[in-house]
Every structure is written in C-alpha cells, then in structure tokens.
Design a protein around this ligand. Structure first.
Ligand code: SF4
Length: 411
C-alpha cells in the first residue's frame, strides 16, 4: 500500500494537473489559515509565489526559457521531472497565461508543453503500462491488453478505449482520421495503437495548460506584479511579444509585394477570407481539420508559394510533424505520389465543407459576401483564386478615387 502511494505521487509530480497537483502547489507553509477576505487572498498569493522563487532559484530562468522556446517554436528548454519543481513550474506558467489572456500565447505555450509530453511519452519503449495508467487518470477509459492483444487483419492492437470516453477526446482533434467510422470498434470499445493513445493524451494535456479564466485579468496582473520575479518575467514576455508583432507585420508587408518567376504571387492582403481564417488559426496554434490543411496546401501550390512557405504555415499547429507536412505539401504539387498537381477547391466545395468565411467578422470581405460588378451585372466569385484579381481591381479604383480627391477633381 505504501509503495502504491509513492507510485501515485510520482504521477502527480509528473502530470501536475491531476487531482492533488494544485493542492501541492498551494500548500502554505507559513499559515494554515484559509484566507477569507480578498486582501488575505492577495497576500497569500504574493507570499506563495515569492516563496516558490526563493525555494527554486532556477524557476525564473526555466520559465523564461520555456516561454521563449514556445514563441520561437523550438522544442527545447523544458525537462519534465518527477519532482515537486514540475508542479511549481506548471502552475506558474498557467498563471502567466491567465494574466495575458492571449490566444496566440496560450496556444504556443500549450502546444510547446504538450509536445514535450508527447515526446516523453513516446520515448520510453517499455512504458505501455504508464501510458495506460495516465490515460485512465486523465479520463480515458482505457484498457491495455498485454497478454491478449486484439488482432484484426494481421494488425495487433494493445489498447482499447471505451466509446463514451473516446468520442469527446477524439473530437478535440478535429480530424476525420479520428472519426469512429475510420477506427476499428467492437462491443463499445475502440481499438488503438499506443501512438494513437499518446496523441489523444497530448491534446488533453494541451487543453490542461490553457487556463479557465474567471474574473478580471487586469486585477490579476496587478497582484502578480507584486512578486518581483514575476514582474520581471512579464516585462520580458511583453518585449518578446512586441518583437514578434513587429516581425509579423514586416513579413506580411513584404509578402504583399513579392513576385516570383515573373508571375504575381498574392500577398497576405490579397488572400481570400477562407485562407486568412485558416492562417489565423494556424498561427494561433490551433488544430486544423484535414480539409483546412488541404485548402492551404492547394491554394499555396497554385499561387506561386514555395514548398517551404507552405510547410511553415503548419509549423505552429499542435500536431506538426515536419516529415509528414512536407510529404503532404509535395504530394499536393505532384512532386510525390502519382505526380498529380491538385487544383484549388472551388467556392461551392468550400461552402459545403463549411470553410467559406465570406461573412467572418474579422476576415470577411464584401467581394465574397456581396459580390462584385462584372459587365454591369452582379457577380459572385466561384474560385478563391479570383479573389486576388477583384481585390486589386478594388484597390486601383480606390487609388484613382483618392487621386481625384487630392487634386480636387472629385465630382
Ligand atoms: S466566397 Fe469563395 S473565396 Fe470567398 S471566402 Fe467563400 S470560399 Fe473563400
């Protein structure tokens, strides 16, 4: 029994979001009293966090390293340990994310941490049991069939997950690959490989990192800044985020005027809304459904974007795998497989796939939603490739209008 308890603790240290992890983090060595007023709660917060930075002198550096790596999309700078430090690290990071309330930061950090866990879970060849245990701790009703694995058409499945817990977990991945219709299911259980279970866990971990926000985050920042190490960390993140914003703006401006092989390559502004929305999701580190990935791959392949530029789009999505992404991008251009280059999906197909975002509040555009005037008649574009043309038509009309206006010529 004593051994079993030790074993359980190891899991809480390693996977701090499990029950008991937060309690360990919030353990107050100086006062056993539960704070009852707002002021007491604030004092406890400052005391607790200041104490953590005193107890773990490496904490400051480790937090900065991890957040910088996440923002720079490098998979380094974080080691998962089975010690209390791991719990402290996790809850400090989560508090920082809560303060920012920023989708971009949330997703980059959550993807970074969940990828490190994915690697860790995949790296131990003999850890079948650990995966099964952690899956159950995280709400997947998982069975590990060591002695009697399921054999289906010469394929051996060691894992199975009950249908009722598989569905909500798989739906988080937003990809047909995980649809029950594409899995082998029998008697209410879905059979899976170890890597499938790890991928489902990775997504669950990703969501554990993103905080649920309650209350006023500006107020939280004020309290957090009373801890001097936290204040410095926030300052460094502010600077880093600012730098990223500037670089992104420069990149988009540059893309707006790029020419390739004497053919015009549309710049960011000239992308249709359905492409902009997917790019926004990808750059914010969100999962993309399969057709969204294909739409980007086909559109970029047909608009003079390089393989490298296309692969780069997918770098920030949670399940990015350089080899697979590159293969798929090359495949869509006919450089791999049957040598067939795919055309861009037309607007009707995109509408039926719910990928038309003509009315999107942020990226929608009247060219798509209201149509354009062609030969005196209203015309709705039929293919996303037409968007850039009509965008340029509108731009040059606006330019002419403003020229006339400046020269006082306007009627
Ligand atoms: S109308 Fe066509 S180009 Fe415009 S958002 Fe919809 S699918 Fe994309």
């Amino acid at each position: 029994m004593r051994d079993e308890k030790k074993y359980e603790h190891k899991y809480i240290y390693k996977y701090p979001w499990l029950e008991g992890g937060r309690e360990i983090f919030e353990k107050d060595n100086e006062s056993a009293q539960i704070p009852t007023t707002q002021l007491e709660m604030k004092r406890k917060f400052v005391r607790l966090f200041s104490q953590k930075f005193e107890d773990y002198p490496q904490l400051y550096q480790k937090i900065i390293q991890a957040i910088y790596s996440a923002l720079d999309k490098r998979e380094e700078g974080m080691v998962i340990s089975e010690e209390e430090f791991n719990i402290v690290f996790f809850y400090v990071i989560k508090t920082i994310l809560a303060v920012y309330n920023n989708r971009f930061l949330d997703n980059h950090v959550a993807n970074f941490i969940s990828k490190i866990y994915y690697k860790d879970m995949s790296s131990h060849k003999r850890n079948y049991r650990e995966i099964y245990k952690i899956a159950n701790y995280m709400g997947l009703k998982c069975q590990y069939n060591e002695a009697n694995p399921k054999k289906i058409r010469n394929t051996i499945y060691h894992y199975s997950i009950n249908f009722d817990s598989y569905i909500p977990a798989a739906s988080l991945l937003k990809d047909n690959f995980w649809a029950v219709i594409n899995r082998f299911m029998e008697n209410g259980v879905v059979y899976l490989f170890k890597d499938d279970v790890i991928r489902l866990l990775q997504e669950k971990i990703r969501r554990e990192v993103i905080p649920q926000r309650l209350g006023n985050m500006d107020e939280l920042r004020e309290i957090v800044e009373k801890v001097s190490d936290m204040k410095e960390i926030l300052k460094k993140i502010d600077d880093k985020m600012q730098l990223i914003k500037i670089k992104l703006r420069e990149k988009r401006e540059k893309q707006g005027y790029t020419l390739l092989d004497d053919e015009v390559k549309p710049g960011y502004e000239e992308y249709p809304p359905c492409i902009k929305v997917i790019l926004d999701k990808a750059s914010n580190g969100e999962n993309l459904v399969h057709t969204e990935r294909l739409h980007i791959a086909f559109y970029f392949a047909n608009t003079n974007h390089s393989v490298e530029e296309t692969v780069d789009v997918f770098r920030t999505v949670p399940d990015f795998d350089e080899k697979i992404a590159r293969y798929n991008v090359e495949f869509s251009r006919g450089l791999k497989g049957k040598g067939k280059k795919y055309s861009v999906y037309n607007c009707n197909t995109l509408k039926s796939e719910h990928l038309c975002t003509a009315d999107d509040p942020k990226f929608g555009d009247p060219i798509c939603s209201k149509g354009v005037k062609k030969k005196g008649k209203k015309y709705f574009i039929k293919n996303p490739l037409e968007f850039s043309f009509w965008y340029r038509v509108r731009k040059s009309k606006e330019k002419r209008k403003s020229k006339r206006h400046n020269s006082g010529d306007e009627k």
